[in-house]
Write a protein that binds this ligand. Structure first.
Ligand SMILES: Cc1ncc(COP(=O)(O)O)c(C=O)c1O
Length: 393
């Protein structure tokens, strides 16, 4: 028997992360495709979660989050200089940012509403927009050039993407897959459009603590003048503390927008895993130097991997944050990004992601390849050794 997938999911096919990870396993390739660390998170989190389990915190949590976690998220936001937020009215705990994205989009958008999305994008935005029956309008981030040291967008393209049906704009900073950190100037332009057109800003800041350049600090759009009232800020525990499998995320927003997120969250999953919420609260309250050490490791990995990719003949773009680096593979003369990634995984033994799946505009991304460097030094060294054999036979 063959059962059709509902129309809304047909354009998307199987997730590229699952596809490339399965290929990596089959060919025993070093998996620099999917962005998860091959080392563990801090004991503070794990001990507190285990304790919570043994102390009987094993039933459904409160829909908006266990109170200690809502308080810890609000305190962490305030400690980073972003202002005081009410943990009850403004913080909603979700199952990773992966759930916060559809909760926000389904709670906010009606069929036919339009949303501005910068491409390349994290694919969950576009699938959630499809689930809501809404329509994405793409603005393209262009690669760095000799004159511009970072990925950039044309302000005119942003203005042109906004029309009478536009309700929201999604901004991911620090940005997956490019490693771009939006500058204050860029965020001010976006804020001006939001205010002029009455748009809600949805920001995905899961890599907020993984920035590498002192001159390019992470800035939350919600902290710009006039933006708190119209911004839903999404983030999570996974990237900062190497706990991607915990799936603890959150949305921070003024009360009227928290209502929007909660309207959908309560019927998507209702709550996140209770003991893990306690573990998350413990590590957010006592983060120690974990993130600083992670940044040091990732900078080393980024530099070593970028140099190896350059030696192999790729044009490597600078990565200022996250744990991804993008490169142009066209000097090696493969047909497109998928052909290159399949060759790399099957023949060289290093798996990467073909970024054309992160674009809505047909044809874009075919020149590119994305590598994740959130791995042990040894893993990156193994990948670099294998990349040495990358020469077209
Ligand atoms: C930009 C971005 N947003 C959201 C997520 C999902 O976050 P979480 O693991 O908290 O569900 C990811 C994970 O890859 C991501 O890269």
């Amino acid at each position: 028997m063959q059962t059709d997938i509902a129309h809304r999911f047909r354009p998307f096919g199987a997730s590229i992360f699952a596809e490339m990870t399965a290929l990596a396993v089959r060919h025993e390739a070093v998996n620099l495709a999917q962005g998860f660390p091959d080392f563990d998170g801090p004991p503070t989190a794990k001990d507190a979660a285990a304790r919570a389990m043994h102390e009987g915190h094993n039933q459904y949590a409160r829909m908006i989050g266990v109170p200690v976690l809502n308080r810890a998220i609000a305190a962490s936001w305030a400690r980073s200089g972003r202002g005081e937020v009410n943990p009850e009215a403004s913080v909603t705990v979700t199952n990773g940012c992966s759930e916060a994205i559809p909760a926000t989009i389904l709670g906010l958008l009606n069929p036919g509403d339009e949303v501005v999305v910068f491409e390349p994008f994290f694919d969950f935005y576009v699938t959630a927009i499809a689930m809501a029956g809404a329509i994405p309008k793409f603005v393209t981030l262009r690669p760095p050039t000799d004159e511009r040291g970072a990925w950039w967008f044309e302000p005119g393209e942003l203005r042109a993407a906004i029309g009478p049906r536009t309700r929201a704009i999604i901004v991911n900073t620090p940005h997956n897959p490019t490693g771009k950190v939006y500058t204050r100037d860029e965020l001010e332009r976006i804020a001006a459009e939001c205010i002029r057109h009455g748009l809600v800003a949805i920001t995905d800041e899961v890599y907020e603590h993984l920035t590498f350049e002192p001159t390019l600090p992470h800035i939350s759009l919600a902290t710009l003048p006039g933006m708190w009232e119209r911004t839903i800020t999404l983030s999570s525990l996974g990237k900062t503390f190497s706990l991607t499998g915990w799936k603890i995320g959150w949305a921070i927003a003024p009360e009227h927008l928290s209502r929007v997120v909660r309207a959908a969250h309560q019927y998507l999953t209702f709550c996140a895993a209770t003991p893990l919420q306690h573990g998350a609260a413990a590590v957010l309250d006592a983060p120690g130097t974990y993130a600083a050490e992670l940044r040091r490791l990732f900078i080393e990995n980024r530099d070593a991997l970028s140099a190896a990719l350059s030696r192999a003949g790729l044009r490597v773009y600078p990565s200022h944050s996250t744990y991804f680096v993008m490169a142009d593979h066209t000097p090696l003369r493969f047909a497109d990004d998928r052909a290159f990634c399949y060759y790399l995984t099957e023949r060289v033994g290093v798996a990467a992601i073909p970024p054309s799946v992160f674009y809505g505009t047909p044809g874009l991304g075919r020149d590119l390849v994305r590598f994740a460097f959130c791995k042990k030094r040894e893993t990156i060294a193994e990948a670099i050794g294998r990349l040495g054999t990358l020469a077209r036979g």
